[in-house]
Design a protein around this ligand. Sequence first.
Ligand code: FAD
Length: 268
Amino acid sequence: MEASALFILRVLATTDFKNLTKIKGGNDLLPAAIASRLAGRIIYDARVVRIEQDATGVRAIVTQNGLQQSLRADAMICTIPFSILRSIEIHPHFTSLKHQAMEQLRYAPVVKVAFQTKSRYWQKQGLSGFAEMDHSAEIWNPSWDRPGERGILQFYQEGERALRLDRMGEDERLNFAASFVGRVFPGLQADPERSISYSWQHNEWARGAYSELRPGQMFAFSPALVSREGRIHFAGEHTSAEPGWMQGALASGFRAAKEVNEILAYTG
Ligand SMILES: Cc1cc2nc3c(=O)[nH]c(=O)nc-3n(C[C@H](O)[C@H](O)[C@H](O)COP(=O)(O)OP(=O)(O)OC[C@H]3O[C@@H](n4cnc5c(N)ncnc54)[C@H](O)[C@@H]3O)c2cc1C
């Protein structure tokens, strides 16, 4: 798959790959902490199907349990990935460049396959359980700092091959991934009952993993990804200088919230 060289250079320049950090206890703790601060103000399982704005306000039309409701506000921060936003009705239409960016922004295809093993046999071979492979694939060992005998080896496939995995049935996908993992860490005897695959392309709330700009799009789309459309402000990893990272999504949220505060301060 073709990504913009400038886009890749920016990723390399803004990411300290030697000092990556993680949330102790699991990434879920972050949204859970945000949710507890916003208790009672979050509407779950509500799908935005239409966004409207006029001179007086902005509205999100949402469906929940088969019922439709309209939520009105002075301003909106839209964090829906463009892979989904492009299928939502928007009235009036976005300006031409925003519309083009929304339609054409590509999302990297990713499939993960996780194998549970009875033991962490690779450690006896002096191996870490992590590997970077050809064809945009990696192997991760998410059990490295977890207690217990059992282990997990996780195959992480991005790009064209992820799309190939998408076209396979679950058993074929597990076998395909096992053949790669077994080549790097010989002796893989995964329990098929405790092995699982996941495709972000099949997730109806995502339709892809994370945004990835094609050649020419850094120049053509960067301002349009971020710019507001009237009362609608945009946040999310795809609007940040660190796309594909939680950090980028968080920073974009601060930026959009600041934008809204400034605009509302002007307009009262
Ligand atoms: C395989 C994979 C590995 C990753 N690894 C890392 C990593 O190691 N470190 C790291 O920092 N980041 C990683 N990321 C990236 C990180 O997960 C994202 O950058 C971050 O979650 C983006 O946040 P966001 O709010 O922009 O989008 P999302 O988290 O995708 O949030 C968008 C929200 O919009 C909702 N939504 C979609 N459609 C609608 C609709 N119609 N109506 C209402 N709501 C809707 C979705 O349900 C979702 O909750 C990874 C991502 C993937 C896919």
